[in-house]
Design a protein around this ligand. Structure first.
Ligand code: TRP
Ligand code: SF4
Length: 327
């Protein structure tokens, strides 16, 4: 039986942190065993919001590929490439633009929210409004069956479905209607208790060394009610405990849970245990990262292979699209 196809992209924003890892990448890694996966670095999408300052973009694209390989995405299982290297996405984007009603784009909740929230950039641009149409092109050009995304991207996949249906209605059934796969994301906050984000300067990176980890973890915000060592704590409201749940052994988790509530363990010790587990978790990832940093030609080769595979599929779809649209 041929495997179902998955397509997903990630915007290059620099080195990945733990929030990114558990937000999408961990899921991608699991999916590559059961699906025919196409994963790409969405550099055109990065431009739709960060168009004014592009000096780091190329470096970020490279960092991202290295991070992907370091966590275990494999060239034998997944096709990895860079969006802008497959120009067919742009052609399909133009064609889909002609059939995408403006109100569909304007009522997109993610669009409205980001436009209101992101105050330091002018997002009243054509490119930003049209971003989901480009995303639709990214997805259907490979005739994806499934699209793994976080909840914030769900409206975009919904739009993709609507656009694909509209295409099929006008020009004949060419595209499957892709289903989203919602990623179950454990809630890992940054060391200051806000959402983990590069721009907040509160993130733990996949590339962090044990010393960075120890220092960052020691600064982590804990249960705010637990002011003194003798006060009992509530692990359920503590970000350190959320990390324990991901990285520590079951017995440690149980012990921390009980001893925190009974004020039998101090936060300093609790953090130390967690930092060690986290460092152990990240060690093999960091090692692989170093390997790929020193074997850039291998990374380039993986990319070349992925681009060729993606292009071949995209070209074939575009032949069908042009023929269906009488272009
Ligand atoms: N918009 C996605 C994000 O910001 C990235 C993306 C671009 C994507 N094209 C895609 C995700 C296609 C899934 C499928 O995270
Ligand atoms: Fe959080 Fe651990 Fe301190 Fe409890 S002991 S409040 S779980 S850091």
């Amino acid at each position: 039986m041929t495997k179902k196809r998955i397509v997903s992209g990630m915007r290059p924003t620099g080195r990945l942190h733990l929030g990114n890892l558990f937000g999408a990448l961990a899921n991608w890694k699991n999916l590559q065993d059961d699906y025919d996966c196409f994963f790409f670095v969405a550099d055109w999408h990065a431009l739709t919001s960060d168009y004014a300052d592009t000096k780091d973009l190329r470096a970020y694209v490279k960092e991202m590929l290295i991070d992907w390989l370091s966590v275990g995405l494999s060239r034998d299982k997944a096709t990895m490439f860079i969006q802008s290297h497959v120009k067919e996405h742009a052609e399909l984007f133009v064609l889909l633009s002609t059939i995408s009603p403006l109100p569909w784009l304007e009522r997109n909740p993610t669009y409205k929210e980001q436009k209101a929230q992101i105050a330091n950039r002018d997002l009243s641009t054509y490119g930003f409004l049209g971003y989901p149409v480009l995303q639709a092109a990214d997805i259907i050009i490979y005739k994806a069956d499934r699209v793994p995304v976080g909840i914030d991207q769900l409206p975009h996949v919904e739009l993709t479905r609507e656009i694909a249906r509209r295409f099929n209605h006008f020009y004949g059934s060419l595209f499957p209607i892709p289903d989203p796969i919602l990623t179950n994301i454990p809630k890992l906050l940054g060391i200051d208790g806000r959402k983990m984000s590069k721009s907040y300067n509160n993130a733990l990176y996949l590339s962090d060394k044990p010393a960075d980890i120890a220092s960052k973890v020691s600064q982590m915000v804990t249960d705010p009610q637990r002011a003194r060592r003798k006060d009992p704590g509530d692990p359920n409201v503590c970000n350190v405990f959320a990390f324990h749940k991901l990285f520590s052994k079951a017995e440690t988790i149980q012990r921390v849970d009980a001893e925190c509530r009974a004020a039998e363990i101090g936060c300093v010790e609790c953090k130390k245990i967690m930092a060690e587990r986290l460092a152990a978790f990240l060690a093999p990832i960091r090692e692989k990262r170093e390997y790929y940093e020193n074997h850039q030609e291998e990374v380039a080769d993986i990319l070349r292979e992925g681009t060729e595979k993606a292009r071949a599929v995209a070209r074939e779809t575009m032949e069908e699209v042009r023929s269906a649209m009488k272009i």
